[in-house]
Design a protein around this ligand. Structure first.
Ligand SMILES: NC(=O)c1ccc[n+]([C@@H]2O[C@H](COP(=O)([O-])OP(=O)(O)OC[C@H]3O[C@@H](n4cnc5c(N)ncnc54)[C@H](O)[C@@H]3O)[C@@H](O)[C@H]2O)c1
Length: 345
């Protein structure tokens, strides 16, 4: 299959690119190379004849039309997005531009191409979204695919808007779409402004480890390579116009998560132990959702997919990856774009 993957120089997109190439797919990686990108994430496939790169912005319709014509993909996997909630609080405009207008442009370019090809039934437009579109849960219950949308941040609102566009492009134009809504990812190549890499890098530097509020917020954590596998699984077997929730079946409060990371660091990098002495509670994020949890029944029973990596194993692998790949994160820190507290509103 020839896949057009948007956002393939980012965290999750690059995991999908690496896995798709390893499984023998042709991959065209379309990325605007924003601050959140890193081409080193795809260095291991960059020389592969199955791989090509297009430096383009999904808001540039002419570029998208050319890319569809030049590469004639069998499917689009759309991951390009502005993805950091804190940045969306400080500057929501970029999130509307890329996540809403960009997705609209990509849908229109895909529809134009699909029509010109005679509307092949096998074509797929797979939109990759988040569980944050469902809003926040109380102490019990889990998001199903029927949970009403109730996004609380500019980020999740922009993703919710893009999900609605994807639905409408199927209902109105018949474009063969797929939608996945996934919980929080973690693992190798996670950009160092997100919680898990922030904790690891602050602990290694002997600096305060910030926890928003009281650390009671609960997230369901999925190892990024499991997410990439789930996405290729849904692309292959998912029913057109259906949405699938993807979760790790690993709920943890932020405080428990940080303490687990500190315990792993105490073992793997005893200098500075105990690392949890560095935990520092800071002002909460405005509109901070209390709890997310995924009910994975649909993807498990209809498509036979479930995650393979437990959170204990995944966090250990992640810490080890950051310890072994200092060159990767030092190069990103040297760009000077991360570090400052964002999103105080
Ligand atoms: N990170 C998570 O935990 C998580 C969970 C569920 C869903 N998602 C979704 O998965 C997708 C990927 O998330 P991520 O964490 O890998 O994001 P990321 O921020 O790490 O990467 C985004 C990539 O998109 C590219 N990009 C941004 N704007 C672009 C534009 N206008 N045109 C072309 N490329 C552009 C960036 O250069 C970057 O390479 C997003 O759609 C996000 O909403 C993320």
């Amino acid at each position: 299959m020839k896949l057009l993957i948007t956002g393939g120089a980012g965290f999750i997109g690059s995991a999908v690119v690496r896995l798709a190439v390893a499984r023998g797919h042709h991959v065209v990686n379309l990325d605007a190379l924003t601050y959140a990108s890193c081409l080193a994430n795809v260095a291991e496939v960059a020389g592969d004849p199955l791989y090509s790169f297009e430096h383009a912005n999904i808001c540039d319709r002419a570029a998208l039309d050319r890319i569809f014509t030049d590469h004639a993909p069998d499917a689009v996997m759309h991951l390009a997005a502005e993805s950091h909630v804190d940045r969306s609080i400080d500057g929501p405009g970029a999130f509307i531009e890329t996540n809403v207008t960009g997705t609209y442009n990509l849908l229109e370019a895909a529809r134009t191409y699909w029509r010109a090809q005679g509307q092949p039934e096998a074509f797929r437009f797979h939109h990759v979204s988040t569980d944050e579109v469902y809003g926040s849960l109380g102490p019990t219950g889990a998001f199903t695919e029927e949970t009403p949308y109730a996004p609380n941040s500019p980020y999740s609102a922009s993703k919710a808007a893009s999900d609605h566009l994807v639905r409408a492009w199927h209902e109105t134009y018949g474009l063969p779409t797929l939608l996945t809504n996934c919980s929080n990812n973690y693992g190798p190549y996670h950009f160092p402004e997100k919680l898990i890499p922030v904790v690891i890098l602050k602990a290694l530097a002997g600096q305060p480890i910030p926890i928003y509020g009281d650390g009671a917020n609960v997230r369901d954590w999925l190892y990024v390579e499991d997410h990439a596998d789930a996405l290729l699984h849904v692309l292959d077997r998912g029913t057109v116009a259906r949405s699938y929730n993807v979760g790790g079946e690993n709920e943890l409060s932020n405080l428990d998560l940080v303490q687990s990371l500190c315990a792993i660091l105490d073992e793997e990098h005893p200098d500075g132990a105990p690392h949890d002495r560095l935990i520092s509670f800071v002002a909460d994020r405005p509109g901070h959702d209390a709890r997310y949890a995924i009910d994975p029944t649909r993807i498990r029973t209809e498509l036979g997919w479930r995650p393979s990596v437990t959170v204990t194993e995944g966090l250990k692998r992640t810490v080890e990856w950051y310890l072994k790949n200092e060159n990767w994160w030092q190069a990103i820190l040297a760009r000077g774009e991360v570090g400052e507290r964002l999103g105080l509103g």
